[in-house]
Design a protein around this ligand. Sequence first.
Ligand code: NDP
Ligand code: MG
Length: 400
Amino acid sequence: SCKQQLVILGATGSIGLSTLDVVARNQQQFAVFALAAGSNSELMAQLCISHQPRYAVMADDHAASQLSQLLSGSGCKTVVRSGVAAMSELAAHPDVDAVMSAIVGAAGLIPTLSAVAAGKKVLLANKESLVMSGQLFIDKVKQHKATLLPIDSEHNAIFQCLPTALQGSKGDAKLHEHGVSKILLTGSGGPFLTRDIETLKDVTVAQAVAHPNWSMGQKISVDSATMMNKGLEFIEAKWLFNCAAKDIEVVIHPQSIIHSMVQYQDGSVLAQMGNPDMRTPIAHALAYPARIDAGVTPLDFSELADFTFTKPDFARYPNLQLAIAACEAGQGATTTVNAANEVAVNAFLQGQIGFTDIYRINAQTLDNTIDVNVHTLDEILDCDRLARLQATQLIAKVNR
Ligand code: NDP
Ligand code: MG
């Protein structure tokens, strides 16, 4: 058929479900080839029954056998598989056109690189994989002529505001040669934009994951509260748009209506706007360069009470400053900070450390373990492992 065949990695998550919603609205154009997830076999069973993918992959054998059991007798013909090798194989399958990379954290790296190495259209939500592997990831995109489309709302906005000549570039075109002077990366500031800084140490998990504008998975919600998310996005922008740290400026825009901007040499600033709903960037990337219905409520400007902008305060958001410093230091630093943060956020979500300990763990891990010689996949994975070990040891020393 002429439908685009999709693999959705992280199908049971926030981005995965939004992707399936957009696909369901545009069934004449897209078909689900495979779904992959971690452990939520009950939700995966429902998704298999409603979307009838050819394959469903769970992270391990236990979850996969649960899924098989749930599907037995349902009449659903989906073939159940397990493990990262199966995810990588299906992401590179010759019948597949596009791969949504929406697993959370470093677990997304290997299957995403597999899609890239097969020259697929890769819709990248999993920013951690690009932060972790930077140059290697971009080199593979070029080498295998993959198409990389950003799903992160800010990067999708920047992509839309760039000159067309740069939109399809494989990360090697220079922004300045096309009249771009700066990328303005916007962020809401999260739930603690105005909270007394002295009380940040008392922040609870429930408070940290309650984002004012966006509904997202737990890890990225905590990252938004610390603004490590903006830090990871800063590094992501550097790789996606082939620019230097000095070309990117972070702007706080609490209403999350502008999703980022591009400033040109002639003084023009282009912004992409919309209600905060991830189905917009997902639909944009799925259909690019065409446009499709995403089910998103259109903006009503008469309803917007405020439209404001400020500079980020690094005393409030030390993780943002740390990530920008890591971006300037190089791959070993960004791989380390990404790994430490994943471990620290997980420990916070488990109640093992406090909210402000996340920064302490990240900063100390970066101090202890920075290795600059990080280029190959083995070196990247070693660096990631070492940082996780360091962060875990530091967490064990935190007294609660
Ligand atoms: P969620 O926590 O909602 O979903 C995570 C998904 O990853 C789930 O489907 C989960 O499966 C799956 N998963 C976890 N571990 C594994 C594994 N080892 N193997 C396979 N699948 C696994 O996260 P989000 O959807 O919010 O975020 C996903 C990614 O998208 C992140 O990288 C995030 O930074 C990025 N992103 C998200 C945005 C958002 O609005 N949510 C915005 C911009 C970027 P299960 O639950 O079954 O275990
Ligand atoms: Mg974002």
